[in-house]
Design a protein around this ligand. Structure first.
Ligand code: SF4
Length: 156
């Protein structure tokens, strides 16, 4: 099934290092990140998405509140402007090496961070960006990577 992502999670996945609200949340997010890294595309949705799923049964879940919806809109506007792409619900996005490089550059410069300004993780994500996104989980698949894998397997 296609990966479903809401707007502000397009930002969160750039800095995701495996930490999350609950163990189930992190396990689920890890699986999504692995699929995106392998080149699967995602479809933009309104409201709760596949990242939210493990939180929907939690008593304090905030996935459907107005703030979450507002930052979804802000993230889609910023990222759509950067990539010159319509990112309304139903549209698709792929996290290939070029897109991730552009997105992380704009994340670091603040160009696509409107949604982050009201987020409690702001300082945490700033630090990750300033540290060159080291140890983040999203590692887009590249042809360069394919060549290295083939070279190594031919040596074995
Ligand atoms: S600051 Fe908040 S909205 Fe922005 S990337 Fe980090 S967790 Fe996501």
């Amino acid at each position: 099934m296609t990966i479903r992502l809401r707007g502000h999670h397009l930002l969160c996945l750039l800095t995701y290092k495996g930490n999350g609200y609950t163990p189930d949340f992190s396990l689920n997010f890890n699986r999504i990140i692995r699929r995106l890294s392998r080149g699967e595309d995602a479809v933009i949705v309104e409201g709760a998405d596949d990242v939210c799923q493990p939180m929907l049964c939690q008593p304090d879940f905030h996935c459907a509140d107005d703030h979450s919806r507002e930052i979804d809109s802000q993230a889609l506007a910023d990222i759509g402007h950067l990539l010159n792409k319509d990112l309304s619900p139903g549209q698709r996005i792929v996290f290939d090496a070029d897109n991730v490089k552009r997105l992380r550059g704009a994340f670091l410069s603040g160009e696509i961070r409107t949604a982050c300004q009201s987020c409690s993780w702001l300082a945490y994500c700033n630090e990750i960006a300033e540290n060159d996104f080291r140890q983040t989980r999203l590692k887009p698949h590249t042809f360069e990577h394919d060549k290295q894998v083939i070279a190594v397997s031919q040596q074995l």
